[in-house]
Design a protein around this ligand. Structure first.
Ligand code: ARG
Length: 422
């Protein structure tokens, strides 16, 4: 179990081992597209002061480097990927679609985009394009779709949730799930990651397993915020507003077939926005401890194990048995569950502000937002080292440090590097 990484291939051996390499996305033009009218559809609760959000994000990246992780920037990876001709035509095909842009405009848009250099094209793909910006690049195509748009309407929608680099792809042991996304506003994020992992030399020249084929997965969705690589050959997955039971089955089958994991514990979460992913209510902070939201309640859970070559065994656990199932998966007698004592309203506010969305950078060392002081103080009292980063603006997108990171290299539990860091 837990095959060891080769020197360069991506490998995420646990949730809390020493973090070595991580993808993040510094917010840019795409956040300037949020308006009071578009923010809800784009899954933000407020408009962000972009300059400040960038400064906050820079501090997050710096904290990651200081903690020993190499920080890869998604926009730079995409630019470098788009320099590969096959990657460029894949991204163009996936971005300009007759069903979205109409048969008259789609080929014209594709031609315009094809003429851009990789930097400008990456900016268009993530930042989006308005009709006014398009008309600076070409004459107006004879298209009903374009004629009926106002000058500042978006021809290519932006991808502001790339900020939450965790969700559209997640590495689990020696492979990656490129995820099909539940919400329309996030579906094209899958294209970015697919292109990077297929063609960027950093990934294309290594070998790794594939746990899902995002673009083709239809309704079997899994999102990275729901997937915790808890270690010991086990994975904890939330069935949430975003991740379906079908998605969990697919993930389990592929992990088992490759021999990369031998147990998946699925937790049945309430299907609501405040609990959109498992990592908004529960994250792992050391080999046996989880920070957990007080209002989570008792949830049903399932332990999935392999049965023969390709079937699954499912053990159903009654509500309230989830901690036991997780402890068993980790080979432990029990877990340490960290839930700060505070009144119901404060607990709900801190959960909303991502107080439970800690990102471990080593066992017992986590990055959190500064806007959740009670949870942070409680973690410290419990012996966890807390590195705070500012989250005043970033937090308005409803995602914290764990959501904003996609680890690509992380030590397994109990490895010597991880023990040295502990
Ligand atoms: N892993 C996470 N909890 N991600 C948070 C994603 C937030 C994002 N605005 C969305 O609604 O999709």
């Amino acid at each position: 179990m837990n095959p060891r990484p080769s020197t360069t291939a991506p490998f995420v051996g646990s949730e809390v081992g020493q973090l070595r390499q991580v993808i993040v996305h510094r917010p840019g033009t795409e956040l300037l597209r949020l308006t009071p009218e578009t923010k809800d559809e784009l899954l933000f609760d407020d408009l962000l002061w972009v300059r400040r959000a960038q400064e906050e994000h820079d501090q997050f990246s710096q904290a990651l480097s200081e903690a020993g992780a190499e920080v890869l920037h998604l926009d730079q990876l995409l630019r470098e990927t788009l320099a590969v001709p096959e990657a460029k035509s894949f991204v163009l095909d996936q971005t300009f679609d007759e069903r979205l842009h109409g048969p008259a405009a789609a080929p014209v848009l594709r031609d315009v985009a094809e003429g851009l250099d990789p930097g400008a094209l990456a900016e268009l793909v993530i930042g989006g394009l308005t009709k006014r910006e398009l008309l600076e690049l070409t004459d107006e195509p004879r298209s009903v779709v374009l004629h009926s748009l106002g000058p500042d309407d978006l021809v290519v929608p932006p991808l502001p949730n790339h900020l939450f680099a965790r969700d559209a792809s997640c590495w689990v042991y020696d492979g990656v799930a490129v995820n099909s996304m539940q919400k329309p506003a996030r579906m094209r994020e899958t294209v970015t990651y697919e292109a990077i992992y297929r063609w960027h030399p950093q990934f294309a020249e290594t070998s790794f397993n594939r746990w899902s084929d995002g673009l083709d997965d239809g309704r079997a969705t899994v999102e990275g915020g729901d997937v915790l690589v808890i270690g010991n050959g086990a994975v904890l997955v939330g069935m949430s507003e975003r991740t379906t039971a079908q998605g969990v089955e697919r993930l389990a089958k592929r992990l088992f077939a490759a021999g990369s994991a031998d147990r998946v514990v699925a937790l049945d979460l309430p299907k609501q926005r405040s609990f959109m992913h498992l990592d908004t209510v529960m994250t792992m902070v050391d080999e046996r401890s989880f920070i957990e939201y007080a209002g989570l309640g008792e949830l049903a859970s399932y332990t999935i194990t392999p049965r023969g070559e390709s079937e699954l065994n499912i053990a159903d656990h009654a509500p309230g048995q989830a901690h036991r199932a997780i402890a068993e998966a980790l080979g432990l007698h029990g877990l340490r569950i960290l839930t700060a004592e505070q009144d119901v309203h404060s607990a709900a506010r801190e959960q909303w502000d991502d107080g439970c969305n800690a990102l471990a950078v080593a066992p017992g060392v986590v990055i959190t937002y500064d806007r959740t002081p009670t949870s942070n103080a409680f973690l410290r009292e419990s012996g966890v080292e807390v590195i705070e980063v500012p989250g005043g603006e970033l937090g308005r997108g409803r995602g914290g440090p764990r959501c904003m990171s996609c680890p690509t290299l992380r030590e397994p539990l109990g490895s010597s590097a991880t023990q040295a860091a502990a």
